[in-house]
Design a protein around this ligand. Structure first.
Ligand SMILES: Cc1cc2nc3c(=O)[nH]c(=O)nc-3n(C[C@H](O)[C@H](O)[C@H](O)COP(=O)(O)O)c2cc1C
Length: 220
């Protein structure tokens, strides 16, 4: 499965099978996490066989079951931490999908188990990415039309592909409050206000890059 296919097949999955992630896949995930941390100046950590984060009432309320593995999305507190977390967290989610695993971004419905990962001085846990073998593959979300999340005149193919890819991205409460504005070879991405919209923007930008092709445009 390539990354474009992974984008199309990825849906949030909240129920997982009672099956540990295979050792070779764990190794691949850890090495991709290390690459994201190096490129994004982040401190993402894979947590395996940890049942407490999703064992309580909160997770039950959020309709999660069987979550025993997750990535703690931790990074230095900077103005762009939310967006960077979105960008690199989604790179991981799509990578996991190519390995045959399922994921779900989670900001609210879990418990922070402090002993399971480390949050250094000046760092923050933004949210977690639940990961494992899904009981199902999830289902496609309802989506806004492209015209509502983009502004462009005589848009080239690559721009349309980028917007289409961004509309496949997960967003908190499926709010899709992002906008892509075309200006020649330049693209400006902006987020609306609200809950986790900066993280959503980073996620949508990663999808846009994959769909449009990084060689076709520059971020403004
Ligand atoms: C930043 C962020 C936070 C999220 N937090 C939660 C959460 O706390 N609980 C939950 O059940 N889903 C959460 N989600 C999953 C969204 O509800 C989901 O991505 C959205 O409905 C779109 O569906 P899809 O991921 O299947 O495409 C979150 C998604 C994002 C991007």
């Amino acid at each position: 499965m390539d990354i474009i296919e992974a984008m199309q097949k990825r849906h949030s999955v909240r129920s997982y099978l009672d099956k540990p992630i295979a050792a070779d896949l764990c190794e691949k995930l850890r090495s991709e996490i290390a690459a994201c941390n190096a490129e994004g100046n982040l401190n993402f950590q894979l947590v395996t066989d940890e049942e407490r984060a999703f064992g309580g009432m909160m997770a039950h309320y959020g309709k999660f079951s069987g979550v025993k593995n997750y990535v703690a999305l931790v990074g230095k507190k900077t103005d762009d931490l939310q967006e960077r977390t979105g960008y690199f967290g989604e790179r991981l989610a799509l990578f996991a999908q190519t390995l045959g695993l399922n994921t779900c971004w989670v900001a609210l419905t879990y418990k922070k188990v402090k002993s399971a990962f480390s949050v250094g001085k000046g760092e923050k846990l933004v949210c977690v990415l639940a990961i494992g073998y899904g009981a199902t593959d999830g289902a496609a979300h309802k989506s806004k039309p492209a015209a509502q999340v983009s502004e462009a005149q005589n848009a080239p193919e690559w721009f349309l592909r980028g917007v289409e890819a961004a509309l496949l991205a997960p967003t908190a409460m499926n709010q899709q409050k992002f906008k892509f504005i075309l200006n020649g070879r330049g693209v400006r991405a902006k987020s609306g206000g609200g809950f986790y919209t900066k993280t959503d923007l980073g996620i949508a930008k990663y999808h846009f890059e994959v769909g449009a092709g990084r060689e076709n445009f520059e971020w403004e």
